[in-house]
Design a protein around this ligand. Structure first.
Ligand code: SAH
Ligand code: SF4
Length: 354
């Protein structure tokens, strides 16, 4: 049975494998060109000799995704996809339009092990890692469906990217290559809940992406209550890793802070947060928390968010409030997959089937 994931293979590895079978290196280039054009059926790769096409079909697969559901926001055109993977599992992805172009939020795992209490993805537990090819396929599918070119990527969909380190880095390297999906590292953000060893590994890769840290609390007491990973790598360790990362790369870190009513949004929390981030080359992004079915969390009021922001600003911290996109389609990740698993009256009627 064909088992080798052709799309995740770095070109030089594919060339080496073909060489072992007696084919010249330019065959690998030809194969990549077909993949970049969206051709995944080996029989259609007409400039390859017939025996190579047969051998490819026997040994290699090209993982893909198909659109299972699609929601389009009537407010701002944001598109949310539920993709089906080859083994029947599903992941979500969101396509958003900004002034500078289209940005896509990708999933890196089916489910997640981290169990953050406010997150819909965390509720379903962990199923499996995605391959680098399945990450690329999400971009190709969205580009083809929407007829647009994606110019920036955020790894903020389902899953914890640094818990699937090797495939995520392989994916990033594939993106940097010439070809169908070419996106520069400066247009990529990776968000982590705080896998400290992964932050150090990433630092050594010297990939100039933007690192986002899901902080969501100013101290261990509050953070450990909602983010179990904080018990493994508490805030002192996490913030030390962030400072080391900034020093080594010269790059600014972005801290995500979901504003949850009565949990982490008091003036005292803002003061404590400002104190901990003092002097750091960083940016705080306040996110009104999204409601999740089955969870009681409420987003902080606009006035509360404003007051929180003012305190951070007065303390010299660079801060913004995230613009809400796709509010009518519940564009944060994890919820559509859950609905698909337990269809019921809560299913969004704005659904537009492909
Ligand atoms: N696992 C990674 C990336 C995926 S989650 C991480 O945790 O960073 C992407 C972002 O969505 C994270 O900042 C996460 O904390 C946030 N998030 C999860 N559930 C949310 C919710 N209900 N409302 C707002 N943001 C949420
Ligand atoms: Fe996983 Fe991120 Fe959700 Fe936490 S917030 S459960 S790390 S996807």
């Amino acid at each position: 049975m064909a088992t080798i994931d052709l799309r995740s293979l770095p070109p030089e590895e594919l060339a080496a494998q073909l060489k072992e079978k007696g084919y010249p290196a330019f065959r690998a280039t030809q194969i990549r060109q077909w993949l970049d054009r969206g051709v995944t059926d080996f029989e259609q790769m007409t400039n390859l000799p017939k025996d190579l096409r047969q051998e490819l079909a026997a040994l290699y697969t090209v993982p893909g995704v198909t659109i299972l559901r699609k929601l389009v926001s009537a407010i701002d055109g944001t598109v949310k996809y539920l993709f089906r993977l080859d083994d029947g599992e599903t992941v979500e992805s969101v396509l958003m339009q900004y002034k500078h172009g289209w940005s896509q939020c990708l999933s890196t795992q089916v489910g997640c092990k981290m169990g953050c209490t406010f997150c819909a993805t965390g509720m379903g537990g962990f199923i499996r890692n995605l391959s680098a090819a399945e990450m690329v396929a999400q971009i190709e599918a969205a580009q083809q469906d929407a007829g647009v070119r994606v110019s920036s990527i955020v790894l903020m969909g389902m899953g914890e990217p640094l818990d699937n380190y090797d495939q995520v880095v392989r994916f990033l390297r594939l993106l940097g290559e010439e070809g169908g999906v070419h996106i520069g590292m400066r247009h990529i953000s990776l968000s982590t809940c705080g896998v400290v060893p992964g932050i150090y590994r990433l630092m050594e890769e010297q990939i100039p992406l933007t690192l986002s840290i899901s902080l969501h609390a100013p101290n261990d007491e509050i953070r450990s209550r909602s983010m179990p990973i904080n018990r493994r790598w508490p805030m002192d360790e996490l913030l030390r890793a962030c400072r080391d990362y900034i020093e080594a790369t010269g790059r600014r870190i972005s801290f995500e802070y979901a504003m949850i009513d009565g949990v982490n949004d008091s003036d005292a929390c803002a003061l404590e947060l400002a104190d901990r981030l003092r002097g750091m080359l960083c940016h705080v992004n306040l996110i009104p928390v999204n409601a999740v079915e089955g969870k009681s969390q409420q987003r902080s009021s606009k006035a509360r968010i404003r007051a929180f922001m003012d305190i951070l600003e007065k303390k010299g911290i660079n801060v913004t409030v995230r613009r809400t996109l796709g509010a009518d389609i519940n564009a944060s990740c994890g919820q559509l997959r859950r609905q698909e698993q337990q269809p019921g009256p809560g299913v969004d009627r704005k659904e537009a089937l492909p």
